[in-house]
Ligand binder design. Sequence first.
Ligand SMILES: CC(C)(COP(=O)(O)OP(=O)(O)OC[C@H]1O[C@@H](n2cnc3c(N)ncnc32)[C@H](O)[C@@H]1OP(=O)(O)O)[C@@H](O)C(=O)NCCC(=O)NCCS
Length: 297
Amino acid sequence: MSVVAVDRVVSAAQAVLDGEHAARRSGVVVRSLDTQEEFDQARSVWDTVWPLPPGGTEITAHLMRALHHAGGYVSGAYVDGAMIASCLGFVGRSQDADGTWHTHLHSHVAGALPGYGDRGIGTALKLHQRGWALERDFDRIEWTFDPLVRRNARLNLMKLGGVAVDYVADFYGDMTDGLNVGDPSDRFILRWDIASQRVADALSGAVTAPAREELVALGAEETLHVNPDGELIVLPATSPVRLVAVPEDIIAIRKADPGLASRWRLALREAVEPVVGKGGRVVAQTVEGDYVMEVSS
Ligand SMILES: CC(C)(COP(=O)(O)OP(=O)(O)OC[C@H]1O[C@@H](n2cnc3c(N)ncnc32)[C@H](O)[C@@H]1OP(=O)(O)O)[C@@H](O)C(=O)NCCC(=O)NCCS
């Protein structure tokens, strides 16, 4: 496999240990899956997290078998012997800025059953995946995430140290599952250089979220702002660092006020897509939940 080295400061053995520690901290055991029965359990976790119209399933156990056979990653997290979260990734290729091809793991899905959020299980799954990937000579994992989901932004940018390197409007087309239905499926492409210093720093807990006011005092401009009566305002900006507001809980807004959810989608797209489309990056999240976006120089 041809892999372009970034800065490799972490060994595969260390990454595997990091994964085991994260699992212990969140009270789960994470392991790779390889039987048809386990694949069916993983499928059932995802179909519970993303409820589909009757008869639908996100990924069949047959497809999982094929992706696994072709060098893909499938894992489950267990509490008291029961699978409560699972993750799937397959081999991907992408082109770096200089045109060279880079092999990475594309992580397609990671979900924890309702009631198991916010206790580090997502981190434990991703760190298991990182150890697995480094052992197989990958140095990068990529995945998509909905820019409006603030929890995932915190996990991906701040806890794991990933960087959003692209914004794709309506990436999946129409989606029918209970979390996404009715909203265009815009996604960030997240890049996670798993052996890099940036990622090691994030995982060590050394990186804390900056406060909005602190960045504004340093010259950052707010380019998506929520005014006191809740109106979303996209502002012109010229600074190299820009702040983009993100709703606290878009899933609840989609259920309670689909019109407001659509306004969020379009406003965030307007603020972010042109900048990231020209090489800008989303690198962090403030304490208040805004994206910190760097413009390409
Ligand atoms: C994505 C998912 C697997 C993450 O798992 P998790 O166990 O909740 O993740 P973690 O606990 O490791 O990290 C979540 C972080 O977000 C924080 N968070 C939660 N809600 C937040 C919000 N509204 N704003 C900012 N941060 C938030 C949590 O406090 C936690 O950070 P902390 O550990 O610093 O306190 C899980 O939330 C899930 O299954 N979601 C539904 C499916 C999904 O969206 N999957 C991802 C796309 S494939």
